[in-house]
Design a protein around this ligand. Structure first.
Ligand code: DGT
Ligand code: CA
Ligand code: CA
Ligand code: ZN
Length: 590
């Protein structure tokens, strides 16, 4: 419902519609997206609809149309005029309705393909607001979009898996639903969702009813394939889902096989062959007579191959097979090891909740300490803090810290912008008041590799910088990382003791697994943070924990597994303000 409303607003804007009308659709879309009310359930009752903020009389009628017909007449009308391709154009980085309108008016461009051809034929040159730089940006945006098209973020896959599992478990003979594939391995994005289903209704030759039940899932957009024990389909989001029904006797073999990765499986099968076995999605069996060695659980299969069963996050054929065979798999970090969150925003800038609310949410999530780190003034669109407001803010943080009476410790902090030349956005005297200074890049992503590397190195040289925030600036499937010599940054960070953030927000998840491994090898400290802009975001540690596990991190490799006082001591020591220069250390005076 929210998507249809927001798309209608976009289409109206492309159409040059009345700005008041456009805003009313946008407001309704946001409201529908945010509300906890079941809009479909109350749709028949106009009075209840009107009680939802942002919903007026006209909008109530549109919502009723969506619920009864699944579509919105104005949106259909506009789509008939411009084609569905304009909605895809809007997914390109930096592309808004105004630019789409310009492209349509000036060159009748209404799809990504047409835009690409127009760029390559030089037909955009000379259009208003289309400098050479802008055109090149669009071209690169198309390439980035194509590369990521068809993949989905971990949180999107998780959401789809949870809904579908709940539906499947309603069926009488379905007892267990387990996600496999890249989702189970915790990869930052997934191509499709693989779900394994078992129970009496999945016994061979008796699957027909269960298959029909799967295929009747209301959220299915179209069915790709339907077989005896498999249904593949698309959801409205475009996400592909492969559901497989399996007898419990071979569940472990199937789970092992469909978890992958492909490279891990290839390696494992070679090992099986050397031992005189054959490994398939049905079983581990003897080559000699085909008799089953193990099939019901993954543990039995790995044990029969002389191995420990490793966590799915490790199964990428990056040394885990040897480690499991030598029985020296590392202990991986878990959610329960994390004791604090160091990156949080509040209503002072672009967060949705107060300091107090964030602290309560963190307590719920088992945190013993947090840092409140709002934005600095350079990020004007977030209402970033200037020096004076930053000082007022940390006074309030200290007050709330007192009020918490030891239930949690709240460190005053800031996420200070790294300016284009590498200076920090706030005065050193102000930064000196903060326990946690996260320095982050939020602007000028297009700098050259040399400039960006120099910029970040300079920011780390500031003695107040304790953490480098979301170190690559990527937004998964939307914005590529900026060009950066990560090795140089990590080496210098290790020398200075500046910690790298692993940002657990599911749209970021940087550093990625490869960079995390490099950080550990170089001895660079690492913290994991949620970058919460909402009290609910504090629960998002899990996405990041899975990336740390993919990089084989143990609890000892992450600083915020330490209790509060040890954590502060392990961070880069603050600069000399702790011991002003005019005070001579004891016993040193001549
Ligand atoms: P994705 O969906 O692209 O994010 O990545 P996966 O790993 O989920 O790949 P997918 O969905 O094609 O297949 C799921 C698992 O099934 C995969 O991790 C390993 C197994 N698998 C699929 N095809 C093959 C194959 O041809 N050979 C082997 N050994 N395993 C396969
Ligand atoms: Ca998959
Ligand atoms: Ca698949
Ligand atoms: Zn940030």
């Amino acid at each position: 419902m929210a998507r249809l409303l927001a798309e209608t607003a976009d289409l109206l804007e492309i159409d040059g519609g009345d700005s008041f009308r456009i805003r009313s659709y946008r407001r309704a879309a946001e409201s529908v997206e945010q509300t906890t009310i079941d809009m479909a359930a109350i749709a028949a009752d106009t009075a209840q609809l009107l009680a939802v903020p942002g919903i007026g009389k006209g909008m109530a009628a549109h919502i009723q149309a969506i619920v009864s017909t699944g579509s919105l007449p104005l949106r259909d009308e506009l789509l008939a005029r411009y084609g569905a391709g304009v909605l895809e154009l809007l997914k390109l980085p930096g592309m808004g309705p105004k630019t789409v309108a310009l492209l349509w008016d000036a060159a009748r461009i209404a799809t990504i393909d047409q835009l690409e051809q127009a760029i390559e034929a030089g037909r955009l040159v000379g259009l208003p607001r289309m400098g050479a730089k802008q055109i090149e940006k669009l071209h690169k945006g198309i390439q980035d979009y194509r590369r990521s098209a068809g993949r989905f973020r971990l949180d999107e896959a998780e959401d789809a898996a949870a809904r579908l599992s709940a539906y499947l478990l309603h069926f009488k003979g379905i007892h267990k639903v387990t996600p496999a594939g890249s989702f189970r391995r915790g990869r930052e994005t997934v191509g499709d969702l693989d779900l394994l289903v078992t129970g009496p209704a999945c016994a061979p030759e008796h699957t027909a009813a269960a298959v029909e039940y799967v295929a009747a899932y209301p959220a299915i957009h179209d069915i790709i394939a339907k077989g005896e024990n498999k249904v593949a389909f698309h959801l409205a989001s475009g996400m592909q889902v492969d559901v497989r029904l399996l007898p419990s006797a071979s569940y472990g073999a199937a789970l092992q096989y469909f978890t992958g990765s492909k490279a891990h499986n290839v390696s494992l099968r070679q090992r099986a062959l050397k031992m005189g076995y054959t490994l398939s999605e049905w079983s581990l069996a003897r080559l000699s007579d085909g008799s089953t060695v193990a099939a019901a659980t993954e543990e039995e299969i790995y044990a029969a191959l002389g191995m420990d069963c490793m966590p799915p996050e490790m199964r990428e054929n990056l040394g885990e097979i040897e480690a499991a065979a030598h029985h020296n798999l590392p202990q991986l970090i878990q959610r329960s090891h994390i004791r604090g969150d160091l990156h949080m925003h509040t209503t002072a800038t672009d967060g949705r909740n107060t300091i107090r609310e964030m602290a309560e949410a963190a307590i719920q999530q088992g945190c013993q300490y947090i840092a409140i780190t709002d934005h600095s003034k350079n990020l004007a669109m977030t209402n970033g803090l200037d020096e004076q407001r930053a000082l007022e803010h940390i006074r309030r943080i200290r007050e709330v810290n007192e009020q918490m009476e030891g239930r949690i410790r709240i460190f005053p902090g800031i996420e200070v912008d790294i300016l284009a030349d590498g200076r920090l956005d706030l005065d050193d005297e102000v930064l000196a008041q903060m326990d946690i200074v996260i320095a982050s890049v939020h602007t000028r992503f297009e700098q050259s590799r040399e400039d960006m590397t120099a910029r970040i190195l300079r920011a780390m040289e500031n003695p107040h910088t304790r953490i480098l925030g979301h170190p690559t600036g990527r937004l998964l499937l939307r914005r590529e990382p900026y060009a950066l010599d990560m090795g140089a940054v990590l080496r210098r960070a290790a020398e200075l003791g500046v910690a790298m953030e692993h940002n657990a927000a599911p749209e970021r998840l940087d550093l990625n697994d490869r960079d995390l491994r490099m950080a550990r090898e170089l001895g660079c400290p690492v913290v994991i943070c949620t970058d919460a802009h909402d009290a609910q975001h504090v629960a998002r540690f899990d996405y990041g924990i899975r990336q740390l596990r993919r990089a084989w991190f143990g609890p000892q490799d992450v600083l915020n597994t330490l209790p509060a006082s040890k954590f502060l001591a392990a961070l880069r020591p603050g600069p000399s303000h702790h011991a002003p220069p005019h005070v001579q250390p004891l016993g040193r005076k001549a």
